[in-house]
Every structure is written in C-alpha cells, then in structure tokens.
Design a protein around this ligand. Structure first.
Ligand code: ATP
Length: 372
C-alpha cells in the first residue's frame, strides 16, 4: 500500500512577484503574498506604503504592471472587478442617501438579477446579522455613524463574496465605538467564515482584528505573521517601531558567550545581552530591541543587581495612562529608555518620582537584535 500523495490546496489568493507602477512611482514592489480561505487578514503600514493599491489590485480596480494574482491557483490578472468573488467596503461607506437601509442592502442583489423572494430572504438575513432589522425603513441620514457602518457591511456581505475587502473600516468612528465595532467585525467574520482583508494604518486595529498581519513599507512586505509574533519577534526595525512602543539601542555585536550575544551599545558602559540564537554574526551593526513593559525598574539601593542587562539612570518623565505608567529614564552616559509599569502591579516602593535614581534590568530572553 502506498500513502496517498496529499496535494495541498492552493491559497485563496496569491500575489506572485506583483509590481504596480504609476509613472515613476512604484506603489507595489515585486511583492509575493498568500491569503488563506477563512482568515481575517490585515494589510498594515504607514501612509503611502502601497496597502490601498494592493487591495485595489485584488479587487480588480487596478491591473499589475508585473507579476500575477491568483485565485484558487488560477490567474485573475485580466478578470474585471465585477466578475471577481470580491467585494469592497469603502471607508466612506458610499451608501445611497436617498435609499432606505433595506434598499441599500438590496441594491447589489437586484443588479445581479436575483428573484424578489431570494432578495427578501438575503436582506432579512443581513439585517439580522448586523442587528438593524428595526431600522430597515430609515434613510442613512437617520442613522448613527456606527449604524451606517453596519449598513455598509451588510451591503458588502449580501452578495456573499468569497473575500471581503475593508478599507480602513473603522476610521470614521469615535474611539469607544471603534472598540465595540472591532469585536462585532471579528464575530461576524467568524460566524460567516468569509475571508476578510482589512487595510489599516492603525496597529491596534490590525492586532485586534486580524489572524495574520502583513506589515508593509515602501511597496514591500516587511513581515507576515500573527499579532503575537509580530509584536514579540518583529523581523525588522521598521516593524518593531511601527507596532507599539519599543526601545532600540544602536550598537554592534561584539562576541558570543554562554548562549548570549553581547552587543556594545552606543554610550552604554556594559554590553547588552540578547539570545545568541537568531542573532546576527559578530561585527554586525544594528540595534537591541526591548519593549518598555519588559524592563524592570527600581530605586538604587546600593546593591548591584544581578541580571543579564543592567543600566542605571535618572527618571525624567512619568506619564500616567490609567492601566500603566510610562516612564522615561536617562541612562548614565547612554540613551533614553522607556519603561512601562502596570499600575495594578506597582510595588509598595513605587510610584517612583521624576528625578529619582533608578536601576533598570531586563532579561536577555526578552530582547532581540535587529540588524539594519
Ligand atoms: P494611505 O494610507 O495614505 O492611503 P497607502 O499605504 O494606501 O496610503 P497607496 O494609496 O497604495 O498607499 O499609495 C502608494 C503610492 O502610490 C503613493 O506614493 C501614492 O501616491 C501612489 N499612488 C497611488 N495611487 C496612484 C495613482 N492612481 N496615480 C499615481 N500614484 C498613485
């Protein structure tokens, strides 16, 4: 008996060496990326990195200058937008102001030529999904911002696309509503099992919404991974700096010892230590990266602490942020260090005041070396 050969199914979407130029501007630069069926995917990056262009290429509003876009393994470069199983929810929602909620949702279904009974059934289902059944007869101007967003979502989902593209879906909502809507979006995505691809420049939004995040810069992908991996092991300085707060200590790898790599950091007396595994070779210039919440801080008390990484300094700022307090510490002769302490866990000796002398420590395992 021979074991059957399992041919893995192609990804739902594959970008293969895709480049998009507008004149001399390279918006997307030789980019390769897979999006899998059923996942909530996020394209994240600063303004101008090419994320909107990538989404428009997927929707069929733009054609690649080079490379191929595949759906289920078949090239779709030349398939027009209306023949793709994609649908887009625009940042502006683009609702028809003169049509009721019901008619807004039914609009695309009518254009597809579905029968009246089927349209009625689908609209009712969508209204139920976004909890707007009671508002079906209202016009968009009679709705709150959050309700308008839900109409746009219902309209985009009514045609049962295989992949829903969402352009900054929460940008128009205020902060509190955004938080609630994020959870609604993820719960709807999970219930329907439709692939969602969101474009955002908001790191928190990407982290909350997505199963996987592609961090983009200059038309290229810096890293594709789940939120935890992106946060804990960023692949580059750009990713590290873009996602949350981080300390970056510039320096060079000087030697490997006892499973550690030692880095001579600019202005620091003692070398910093990071795990040797995965570290660049001796002589490489780069930066030691450590998150503010991984740095411990206490007042100096005359005892030298034993830790992989130690620095002394003076507190220059303290910003109370509810859940935690963010301190800035000027290390002796070295760079500023951000330290984040959870207020619920602040020890009896704290709070530490501005101007106090402190000792900072962090574990090598909580840091990593990022080369340039
Ligand atoms: P934002 O968050 O500001 O929308 P983005 O990351 O979505 O930015 P894109 O809109 O994809 O970035 O733009 C990438 C680059 O391509 C930018 O330099 C932009 O000016 C350029 N670009 C995008 N569309 C066009 C176009 N139709 N014609 C010319 N240049 C364009």
């Amino acid at each position: 008996l021979t074991t059957p050969v399992v041919v893995p199914a192609p990804p739902l979407i594959r970008f293969e060496g895709v480049t998009k130029r507008f004149g001399s501007v390279v918006a997307v630069d030789d980019l390769t990326l897979d999006i899998h069926a059923g996942e909530f995917f996020a394209l994240l990056g600063p303004s101008g990195c090419g994320k909107t262009t990538l989404m428009r290429l997927l929707a069929g509003f733009e054609t690649p200058t080079e490379g191929r876009i595949l759906l289920d393994g078949a090239v779709i470069n030349d398939v027009p937008a209306h023949r793709r199983p994609t649908n887009m929810m625009f940042q502006s929602y683009a609702l028809f102001p003169h049509l009721s909620v019901w008619d807004n949702i039914a609009f695309g279904l009518r254009r597809e030529g579905l029968g009246a009974a089927e349209i009625k059934r689908r609209v009712a289902e969508m209204l139920d999904l976004v909890q707007l059944t009671a508002q079906a007869r209202r016009k968009p101007h009679q709705l709150s911002g959050g309700q308008r967003q839900r109409v746009a979502l219902a309209r985009a989902l009514a045609k049962s696309p295989r992949i829903l593209l969402l352009d900054e879906p929460l940008a128009a909502l205020d902060k509190k509503l955004r938080g609630e809507t994020q959870f609604e979006l993820t719960s709807i995505q999970r219930r329907l099992g439709i692939t969602f691809c969101v474009v955002t420049h908001d790191q928190d939004e990407a982290m909350v919404l997505a199963d996987r995040i592609a961090v983009m810069r200059d038309g290229r992908i810096e890293q594709v991974a789940g939120p935890t991996e992106i946060y804990e092991t960023p692949a580059s300085r750009a990713v590290a700096g873009f996602i949350g707060e981080i300390n970056l200590f510039d320096g060079s790898v000087t030697r490997l010892v006892d499973g550690f790599a030692e880095v001579a950091a600019d202005g620091m007396v003692t070398p910093l230590r990071v795990p040797a595994e995965g570290c660049a070779p001796v002589g490489t210039r780069g930066a030691v990266a450590v998150r503010p919440e991984k740095v411990a801080m206490r007042r100096t008390n005359g005892h030298a602490p034993t830790a992989d990484n130690v620095a002394t300094g003076t507190v220059t700022d303290a910003a109370y942020m509810g859940e935690d307090t963010l301190y800035r510490v000027a290390t002796d002769g070295g760079p500023m260090v951000k330290v984040k302490l959870a207020n619920s866990r602040r020890q009896a000796a704290l709070p530490i005041d501005i101007g106090e002398r402190v000792v900072l420590t962090f574990h090598a395992a909580d840091a990593l070396f990022l080369d340039r």
